[in-house]
Design a protein around this ligand. Structure first.
Ligand code: FES
Length: 477
């Protein structure tokens, strides 16, 4: 599985960190958020190093659909109601400013990244809801309007349109920025102790530390595991389809997203909570729908993405935890990682440089509201349910019964373990307890991975950790 971005752009490798260093700012994570935060701080005169566990942009940045937009489903009417008009305006303006900042950097650095200004649409048959949202967004300063017949790649639909939005190629954008930075790859940060970061071969001492790791791996303080879960979604890059103008996302459970890149239609959907795909078939369902909508289409690539979903629907950007004024976090971007990465860079640059950002309060990770409390309680209930399942669920199959090319939880000599059986019969056995906080992992047949329903850690069938917050591999018995 390779995204259309990795098929069309590669980023040179960097060496791992080998010796102890001191710096003003250490950024953990070299995805879009980490690179933008480091870039903005370096431009502001700070000494910055970036520590990446794997490769630059090797996490979710390579799997995005790369929309740069303040349109985040239908949120503004709800935000005004739950947060009040001032904070809803901050959210809107932070994202609108982020779009302008992308434009500015691309022009200033002369980055050929297929950046294109276009409109973003949410389509739905619920006209009233769309009109209400258009009114709410417009009242906050966004160029928003209701369109009764927006042209989708197939037919028309009522839609909410935001003008002045954009799309690009994320790797072509990040590559020249990363080249300007001191980045160490294959340098996982194992622990952070006040101003000290421990990596396998060296120690980094930093005045300020930024966690830009998709999902924070330090559980205490911060308690981000109690405030977020993760969701997966799937994308096909299709050739031979109508090429529409704009970026589209449907409202509701079975809706799809569309945007054009070059000659490809990026067609996405079939999202679900991570760790809840035991039946599989997500790609096949998406392919079936693609054939129905675009009978002559040809698949050029397919891939999946994983998003952090915060309890109250607002990302966490700012101080990591009370009592840690020199730790910062950027997480909970939902499906809007490109725009929110830039929002994070602008807010965290302001905090470290002592310049107040007028749009920061709404993203403050220390916030606590009734909506957040309900979301946190819901996450807690879910985790308890999963722990209980670990204790009481009966084994499902024995290793012998497992068909070739399949995985699952089996009974092996009275023990409950995870098994993947390759097409040639080779067995790969793993412990199904998640090393993060002990929930039971579930087999994901679409990706041949072990996924955790509690906070979304993932492991390949060899047991190697491929998505945090877990930091360790799972034991191979
Ligand atoms: Fe937290 Fe698995 S990701 S228990």
């Amino acid at each position: 599985m390779e995204s259309i971005w990795t098929k069309t752009c590669s980023i040179p490798k960097r060496e791992p960190l080998q010796k102890d260093i001191k710096t003003e700012v250490a950024v953990i994570g070299a995805g879009m958020a980490g690179i933008l935060i480091a870039y903005q701080l370096q431009k502001a005169g700070k000494q910055v190093v970036v520590l990446e566990a794997d490769r630059i942009a090797s996490g979710q940045t390579k799997n995005t659909t790369a929309k740069i937009t303040s349109q985040h489903d239908l949120i503004y009417a709800n935000l005004i109601q739950s947060q009040g008009e001032e904070k809803a305006r901050q959210y809107a303006m932070a994202n609108e400013t982020a779009i302008a900042e992308y434009r500015r950097i691309i022009e200033e650095e002369k980055i050929p990244c297929d950046f294109k200004e276009t409109s973003a649409y949410v389509y739905s048959q619920n006209k009233e809801k769309l009109m209400q949202e258009a009114e709410a967004a417009a009242s906050l300063g966004i160029q928003a309007s209701f369109i009764s017949h927006a042209a989708l790649p197939y037919g028309n639909s009522p839609a909410l349109r935001f003008d002045g939005q954009a799309q690009f190629h994320p790797l072509k954008f990040i590559k020249p920025l990363a080249e300007q930075l001191e980045v160490y790859e294959k340098t996982p940060v194992r622990t952070v102790d006040e101003h000290t970061l421990h990596t396998p071969k060296a120690v980094v001492t930093a005045e300020h530390i930024v966690f830009a790791t998709h999902y924070p791996f330090v559980n205490f303080p911060g308690l981000y595991f109690a405030r977020m879960h993760q969701e997966r979604s799937y994308v096909l890059a299709l050739e031979n389809t109508p090429l529409v103008e704009g970026m589209f996302i449907g409202d509701g459970e079975n809706a799809y997203s569309f945007r054009i890149y070059d000659k490809y239609l990026l067609f996405g959907g079939k999202g679900h909570r991570t760790g809840e795909n035991r039946q599989g078939g997500k790609y096949d369902t998406l392919r079936k729908k693609a054939k129905e909508l675009f009978p002559h289409s040809l698949e050029a690539a397919h891939w999946s993405a994983q998003d952090c979903i915060p309890a109250d629907g607002i990302p966490y950007i700012g101080q990591y935890a009370s009592g840690k004024p020199y730790w910062y976090v950027a997480t909970g971007f939902q499906k809007w990682g490109m725009t929110t990465s830039m929002v994070s860079a602008m807010i965290i640059r302001g905090m470290i440089c002592g310049k107040e950002n007028p749009n920061a309060t709404v993203f403050d990770p220390q916030r606590f509201s009734a909506e957040a409390a309900e979301g946190i309680a819901c996450e807690g209930r879910k985790a308890v349910k999963t722990f209980a399942k670990r204790l009481f669920k009966l084994p499902e199959a024995t290793a012998k019964e497992l068909p070739l090319g399949h995985g699952g939880i089996v009974d092996l000599d009275g023990d409950k373990i995870g098994v993947y059986k390759e097409e040639d019969g080779t067995l790969h056995l793993v412990d199904i307890r998640c090393p993060h906080l002990g929930c039971q992992l579930e087999w994901n047949p679409d990706e041949k991975s072990w996924d955790c329903p509690c906070h979304g850690s993932r492991f390949d069938f060899h047991g190697r950790c491929i998505t945090n917050p877990a930091q360790d591999d799972i034991t191979i018995k």
